[in-house]
Design a protein around this ligand. Structure first.
Ligand code: 16G
Ligand code: MG
Length: 550
């Protein structure tokens, strides 16, 4: 139980906020995310829970990130980060949901009930570190967080503006400091130094050609990339010639507006502001810099997207080659983790050309991350550009302790070693992923055209369908099939079988009130047609259920 002082402080602090009437909150794939005005009481609850999570884990640091990623400027969100920089453990998502929905008048009781249910030792210390993106509502929400942490006597550290992956990095560093798993200096500067140091190691002997234009979605990635550039070698010294665009964080409404990774991926076009020339490398981050996509304008002015699938295949092929050159391929189990949204051609390429296992999981970073941990080197990316590479303890041991038999082996081992530092293993990180892509392209001596030529994407289409109640759409088999509503899956199966290389699925979104339909097929018209037909079937199934319910 909380002490009477803490109970009193919680009640007093909670009085300042008003819970939006009739709104039910749910800790989803990306934490809580909605219109920023509705978030005060949710953030207060998250603050209370963060302290409990830390106490439960014997005072390890827990992170709280205030961001709504690629959502519009008027939204905001909040999510918790576990000690190793990972997403919050699934069981605790239900505690977060419970606390966020508890009436304010009795939030102290709900807090005490949770302490009992989770069996938290209240004598343990509690430590929380938090940060936010550049949204205007962030400062108010951080104030609320501060109030909850103060009321519950939690030690905390406010790191102001950070990208989401930077906060994940700091959390992991703080909790590994002084142990054999030390991950780096637990500061923003430590992050830049680690990346820059690793970048220098892995670019030894290679030259990066041309320039890279980076669209920062007018979010926190802009100022942070500018900072990172200060630590990297200049183009003249063998570094990257980085041109930063869409880095306006002064006008709050410009965030994610007609730019950023989500815009580029979903619209399949460059931001209208883009001035890139033919074959120029371009990249887009999202609003909190945990997603990255590349693109370029081909000869003939055709827009070409290089999405998360492309980054995964590029990285897997490079690491596979390095492991072979280093003579350690037999000792490392390398695998790629994707979701159902991965283009079928990328999966074929991984299995048939790279000859690596490809695993499919549910959408949402935590699912991919956990599946990746089952490999020694787990390459995971969502098609939308979120991903990273994990190295097992065994992999680190093999890479660090192998005795090279030749200068070529030495070079490959050094490069692998550098990669383990260059890659943010806590979470997908657009800045770190960007350096990784640049390094690989330089090693392979490839421009974006050669990268694109590795395989040909099947034309695909994504459709968003609004339904009365998305919860009736229950998926299985890594969200590739629906068990409910009854009969719908049979319809989808029959539709996709009519198209050459047809593949389609529908799943309820975890972040919006909608069902998403994905379809791919051998030609653009077939993919579009299949998507339209499946969307109609979903619409009908949703409508039927609505009538049944009423
Ligand atoms: C969240 C997820 C992202 C996923 C997306 C799917 C995290 C940090 N983010 O943004 O990985 O692709 O949701 O959204 O897990 P949807 O469920 O609306 O399709
Ligand atoms: Mg994001």
């Amino acid at each position: 139980m909380a002490s009477p002082e803490v109970r009193k402080a919680i009640s007093e602090a909670a009085l300042k906020y008003v819970k939006p009437e009739g709104k039910v909150f749910e800790y989803g794939t990306a934490g809580f995310r909605m219109k920023a005005d509705l978030l005060n009481t949710v953030v207060f609850a998250v603050g209370l829970l963060a302290g409990l999570r830390s106490k439960k884990l014997n005072g390890q640091w827990i992170g709280v990130m205030v961001t709504a990623s690629h959502n519009p400027a008027e939204d905001n969100g909040v999510k918790l980060i576990d000690p190793m920089g990972e997403m919050l453990e699934a069981e605790w998502e239900t505690y977060a949901t419970k606390l966020a929905n508890s009436p304010l008048e009795s939030i102290g009781d709900a807090y005490d009930e949770l302490i009992k249910e989770i069996d938290v030792k209240m004598d343990n210390p509690a430590r929380v570190v938090f940060a936010r993106d550049t949204r205007a509502s962030g400062s108010r929400l951080v104030g609320v967080l501060n109030a909850a942490l103060t009321a519950t006597e939690v030690e905390f550290s406010d790191l102001k503006y950070l990208t989401t992956p930077q906060l994940h990095y700091v959390v992991r560093c703080k909790n590994t400091l002084g142990t054999q798993y030390e991950y780096g200096e637990p500061t923003e500067q430590g992050y830049y130094e680690k990346l820059a140091e690793a970048f220098k190691k892995v670019t030894k002997g290679v030259k990066i050609q041309g320039s890279l234009t980076v669209d920062c979605a007018n979010g926190v990635g802009g100022p942070k990339l500018k900072e990172l550039v200060k630590y990297l070698p200049s183009a003249a010294e063998g570094g990257i010639d980085i041109k930063i665009v869409n880095d306006n964080v002064i006008n709050p409404d410009s965030l994610n507006f007609e730019c950023g990774a989500d815009y580029v991926k979903t619209k399949q076009r460059a931001p209208p502001s883009s001035k890139a020339g033919v074959l120029d490398r371009c990249a887009s981050l999202d609003g909190d810099a945990d997603r990255l996509v590349y693109y370029f304008v081909d000869e003939g002015n055709v827009f070409r997207l290089l999405d998360g699938d492309r980054i995964a295949t590029l990285a897997a092929s490079f690491i596979g080659d390095l492991a072979r050159s280093a003579g350690i391929a037999q000792k490392l189990k390398i695998g790629v983790v994707q979701t159902a949204y991965a283009n079928g051609s990328s999966t074929d390429y991984i299995e048939k050309v790279l000859k690596l296992p490809a695993v499919c999981t549910n959408t949402g970073v935590k699912h991919l991350h956990h599946a990746a941990l089952r490999f020694d080197v787990g390459v995971y990316f969502e098609a939308n550009g979120h991903g990273t590479i994990t190295f097992s303890e065994n992999a680190l041991k093999v890479i660090k302790s192998s005795e090279p038999q030749s200068p070529a082996q030495q070079h490959a081992l050094d490069c692998l070693n550098g990669l383990t530092d260059l890659i943010n293993q806590a979470v997908g990180d657009a800045l770190s992923d960007m350096l990784l892509v640049e390094v690989i392209l330089a090693h392979k001596n490839w421009g974006p055209k050669e990268w694109l030529a590795t395989y040909t994407d099947l034309p695909s289409r994504l459709v968003r369908v609004e339904v009365a109640d998305r919860s009736i759409f229950k998926a299985y088999d890594a969200e590739r099939k629906l068990e409910s509503p009854p009969g719908l899956q049979a319809k989808i199966d029959s539709l996709q079988s009519r198209y050459n290389k047809g593949r389609s699925f529908a799943r309820a979104s975890g972040t919006e009130d909608a069902v998403r339909v994905y379809a791919e097929a051998a030609s653009r018209s077939e993919a579009d047609d299949l998507a339209t037909r499946v969307a109609n079937a979903v619409r009908e199934a949703g409508a039927v259920k609505e009538i049944v319910q009423s």
